[in-house]
Every structure is written in C-alpha cells, then in structure tokens.
Design a protein around this ligand. Structure first.
Ligand code: GLU
Length: 430
C-alpha cells in the first residue's frame, strides 16, 4: 500500500508526456516550416493501421494468462513498414503509435526504402520462462500472420526482445506459409538463420559514429579524454559505451534499471558487460564504480550524455540541471518537447534519436537485402555501408537545421517529413 502511494506521488511530480503527442508536436513544426500539403499532414497525423489483440498463453503452472499486444503501422508510403517489437510492462497503444511514427521518420531520415511500424506486448519479459516467452511469441506471430511479411511489414528486436525471439517468429511465420523458409520476414535474426554480421552492434555503432561526427563538426573538439555518461546498459547503451571507450573517450558512468555506477577514472566497460552477462543481465552489485541513482547520472558534470534506455527521461524538471554539452539519443524519444526547448536555450547540442540510433534499422535493411539476394556480406562491408548512410543522413540533418535556423531534431524531421510527403503525393494518395 505504502509503496503504491509513493510510486503515484513520484509520477505526479514529473512531467506527464503522451509520447504520441510529443511526436506530433515535432511533426507539425516540420510540416509548418515545409508548408506540406494539408492532405499529407492529415494522413501522416494518424497511423495507417492499428492491430490490437489479446493473446491467451498457457503458463508453465497450467494457468492461462491473456496478454495485451499491438502492431501499429504508421506509414507505408516509402516501402514496407519496418520496426521492432517491444516486450515491456510500459507498452500501451499511445506508446506503440509514437514508436511506429518515429520509425517512419527514422527510415526516411536515413533514406532507406521503408515505412514505419512498431509492435508491443505488455508483459514483464524477465518474469517469463523461456517456454512461456516462446509460446507468447508464436501466438503473437500467428495473430499477425496477415500483417507481417517481407514485402509488407518486417519486425525486428526492440526493448525486451532479441535474436532468439526473432528466430521463433521466422519459424512460426514459415509454418503458417506452407513451410517455406522466409527469413526476410524479420531482421535481427541469429547469424545461423540469415542474420547479418554487424546487426547486433549497429545501433550502438551509430551512436558512437554520430557522437564523433558531432564533436568534430559542431563542437570542434578532440574526442580523446572527454567524459561520457550512458543511461541504459542493454544492447544500445553497452555497445555505445564500449565503442566510445575504444576511441579514447572516458565513460565515467553507466546505469540500468538497478541504478547507476560512477567512476571518475572511467568504468572498465568490458568488465561491466561481463558482469552483466553473468548476473541475469543486470548491473546490480557491480563494483567497478560508486553507486548513484539514474537521476544523478543524467545531471552529472560530463561532456556527453547518452540516454539509451526509455522515453521521456529528459524532462522540463531535469533539463535545467543537465551539464553535458552534447546529448546523443540512443533511446527512442528520451527527450520531451519542453526539455528540448530548455536545452536549446542552454546551447546544448542534441543529436536526435532518428539519426543517432538509426544504425540498427539500417543494418536491418542490409540483412533484408542479403536475405532476398541469398548473398551475404562480410562485417566490414556491412559496417562501411551503414557508416556511409549514417554520415550522409547526419549531413542532411545539419544542412536543413542550419538553413532553416532550427534545432538538429527539427532539421532531421524536415528532411524526413519532406521525403514521406513527397512519396504520398507521387503515389497519388491525395
Ligand atoms: N528497434 C530498433 C529501432 O527502434 C530497430 C528496428 C528495426 O531494425 O527494424 O530502431
């Protein structure tokens, strides 16, 4: 009882942001500047399709649980829709709608031939056994059999899902389609089943790459010795931390849902990754740094801050206390629109999610291409192609932002929204 009351109080205190409204606010700003056709604005303000299902799953103890699940297709104007599937207790329709739209803007911003989608199942993935997770994933795939498809809608991993989950989707989807092996229906697969070299590291890699580009082109600084704090130590945060420390930056703080760890001399990232992998995927008890809270991590006196966990962590409450000069968004939607304004006034550079973490979906694109061609690239080939695409998208963002004298986020939205609106027009949708 006391615990609930405390939790409610904490929620009331922080800024309440509906992620879909946060997305719309940025989209509308871009649409205003671009003066896009009002019919395009109308179409893009809503998802094309929302599929909501309740999935009954037999649990290990013989009981039956019913799970709330979604797949939202925001746009297919530029190609089949693309986007991950999230397993989390925070999943709800508005969140999945926002995440789906962000995929539309992300794919358009980096100019890969996809629309945007996202899926989600409201569950606590850590509380499920391997068998329960498999049955839930297969039930979800069966329910989405007419939505998913290599030419229509292509899922991938997101929070709470991984290559193992993607393998079950391939198997279930292939079974439902006359036992034809169809690896191109999902990306982020294990290498043995048509996954791509470099896919797992790709999101963290683009965070690293865009950090270095920003240091060089915006701050005019040498990366060597600059300090970094990374929030979130999953696939994105841990790889970004590793790659940045390999390039001479000093990662002084990391965190996950169990809290933060600070070491002014720099955290040994490989040691932290090993510790996490041997401890149920969490950093709890890690001795490589002094314990701090996630809140303290965001406000540390560092050069670079990398939010790589969930939405809405940089808010109007903490934005005034942020000391980093550069924020690189590994997570989707970590900064609220009000926080954006505060950071802009303070002169903090923010590399937006749709550019900074776009390496993941870009690698997914190359995985899908390899599946279709049946020809596989080396890791160096995949990385070179991804780096090239991210660099070009970064330059387009800068160009738009400087030309219109707007934030980098709006610059990225301008190039994305322009492209999608043009696609709709060319298709004759209005
Ligand atoms: N879930 C990742 C994202 O938010 C990857 C999506 C994909 O590869 O389709 O970008």
């Amino acid at each position: 009882m006391a615990k609930t009351a405390k939790a409610t109080k904490a929620v009331v205190k922080t800024e309440q942001v509906n992620p879909y409204e946060a997305m719309l606010e940025r989209f509308n700003k871009a649409a205003d500047i671009l003066k896009i056709d009002e019919r395009a604005r109308k179409i893009l303000s809503r998802p094309e399709r929302i599929v909501r299902v309740n999935l009954p799953v037999v649990m290990d103890d013989g009981s039956t649980e019913v799970f709330e699940a979604y797949r939202v297709i925001h746009s297919t104007a530029l190609g089949p829709s693309k986007g991950g599937i999230r397993y989390s207790m925070m999943v709800n329709e508005d969140e999945v709608m926002a995440l789906a739209a962000w995929m539309t803007w992300k794919c358009a911003a980096v100019s890969i031939p996809y629309g945007g989608a996202k899926g989600g199942i409201k569950c606590e993935p850590r509380a499920l056994s391997e068998g329960e997770k498999e049955r839930l994933t297969r039930a979800y795939t069966a329910a989405m059999a007419n939505v998913f498809g290599p030419d229509s809608d292509i899922p991938a991993p997101d929070m709470g899902t991984d290559d193992r989950v993607m393998a079950w989707i391939v198997d279930e989807y292939s079974k439902l389609n006359g036992n034809k092996f169809i690896p191109g229906v999902v990306t982020g697969k294990p290498l043995e089943l048509g996954g791509s070299k470099g896919r797992k590291e790709a999101t963290g890699r683009s965070v690293m790459l865009t950090t270095l580009l920003a240091l060089k082109e915006l701050l005019g600084e040498n990366p060597e010795g600059l300090t970094v704090a990374v929030q979130g130590f999953g696939n994105v945060g841990s790889i970004a931390a590793k790659l940045l420390s390999q390039r001479g930056l000093k990662v002084v703080a990391i965190s996950d849902r169990t809290g933060g760890y600070y070491n002014e001399h720099g955290i040994l990232i490989n040691q932290a990754i090993l510790y996490r992998d041997q401890n149920d995927g969490v950093l709890e008890g890690f001795k490589g740094g002094e314990k701090i809270s996630n809140k303290e991590l965001l406000e540390l006196n560092v050069d670079i801050l990398i939010p790589a966990a969930v939405e809405n962590v940089i808010t109007k409450e903490n934005a005034p206390h942020i000391k980093a000069r550069l924020i690189v968004e590994g997570a989707n939607g970590p900064t609220t629109p009000q926080a954006d304004e505060i950071l802009e006034d303070k002169g903090v550079w923010v590399i937006p999610d749709i550019i900074a973490n776009a390496g993941g979906v870009t690698a997914s694109y190359f995985e899908w291409v390899q599946n279709r061609r049946g020809h596989y690239y080396t890791e160096a080939e995949v990385n070179d192609r991804i780096d090239q695409i991210i660099k070009e998208a970064f330059e387009r963002m800068l160009h738009k932002a400087f030309r219109h004298k707007v934030s980098l986020r709006l610059g990225a939205y301008l190039s994305a929204v322009e492209r999608v609106a043009k696609g709709l027009e060319l298709l004759g949708k209005f």
